[in-house]
Design a protein around this ligand. Structure first.
Ligand code: KPL
Length: 295
């Protein structure tokens, strides 16, 4: 399969690197990372070790015709991803991103099936050309509106061939909301308190994370998605346990003084319903970003 990964940050580089063990992969991202990948290849270390040689470029090639465009940019860059991919001849697109509505933004602009996905691999970009796998997880993907489809089966099989544990699911809308609950509970809490994911399992952070997840479940139900409070809290606990030593992506952003995805996570919940914990977490991170002029 010919795969174009749009967004060669930590997760995009890791998943792209794993796919490159079996498929032809092009990583679209920023220099110096993609320049190093183009000249020296990509090293994956940590819990998975390999060296692969995908292409590394800073823009979608004008003649790009990938079987799969894998979108791994931050949620606030989804519009830009859709714009950049609009002229390419793409077979199917898969969003592996945090937040809600990324698939809708892509589907509105792209003339191909758009799949939704979640990914529980942990990744950190260690230096240009080297990504560290901080946790082996799984990918779940399927049609963005639920149900079954040929492209989802084909993409799932391609991921499996590359050694990525993958489930093709018919209930992606519910899974995307559950993942939102996990991110709403873990990301902002760990970023503000500067704690690793496992610290939301007990102590003062645990009630903040659990309440943010319950509010997200309520927003899901208002949107017609059947997600119980307990299921959302259990999902937070399961991911916090599985990624206990990991630094959440939002804490990585805060430590690097980068813009965070809080608008697409806690902000998205607070926009839909009265959600005091999500509103407060979003307000604090927005204040932090504003003080640094991060937009
Ligand atoms: O998706 C994540 C993230 O960091 O964005 C979690 C699940 C919280 C794992 O760190």
């Amino acid at each position: 399969m010919d795969v174009l990964v749009f967004g060669a940050g930590s997760l995009g580089s890791l998943v792209g690197g794993l796919l490159a063990r079996q498929h032809r992969v092009t990583l679209v991202g920023r220099d110096p990372h993609v320049g190093t990948v183009a000249t020296e290849g990509l090293t994956v270390d940590g819990e998975i070790e390999c060296h692969v040689e995908p292409d590394g470029v800073t823009a979608v090639p004008s003649d790009a015709a990938p079987d799969l465009a894998l979108v791994t940019v931050k949620a606030y860059d989804t519009d830009a991803a859709a714009e950049a991919l609009a002229d390419a001849d793409v077979g199917a697109t898969l969003s592996l991103q945090n937040g809600l509505d990324n698939e809708t933004v892509l589907a509105d602009r792209l003339d191909c099936p758009v799949l939704a996905g979640t990914c529980t691999y942990g990744a950190m970009l260690a230096e240009p050309g080297r990504v560290t796998c901080t946790g082996v997880g799984e990918v779940v993907l399927g049609p963005r509106d639920g149900g079954e489809s040929d492209p989802a089966d084909r993409v799932g099989a391609a991921f499996e061939t590359a050694g990525i544990e993958t489930t093709v699911a018919a209930d992606m809308p519910r899974r995307i909301w559950e993942k939102l609950a996990v991110n709403a509970g873990i990301n902002a809490t760990t970023a503000l308190a500067r704690i690793e994911n496992g610290a939301v399992l007990s102590g003062p952070a645990s009630e903040v994370a659990a309440e943010a997840a319950r509010e997200t479940a309520r927003a899901a139900r208002e949107a017609g998605v059947d997600l119980a409070d307990e299921a959302a809290v259990d999902a937070v606990r399961a991911v916090a346990e599985a990624t206990a030593d990991n630094t959440s992506s939002m804490q990585q952003d805060v430590l690097a003084e980068r813009r965070t995805e809080v608008d697409a996570i806690n902000g998205a919940v607070a926009e839909r319903i009265d959600a005091p914990v999500n509103r407060t977490l979003a307000g604090l991170l927005r204040a932090w970003g504003r003080a640094r002029d991060l937009r």
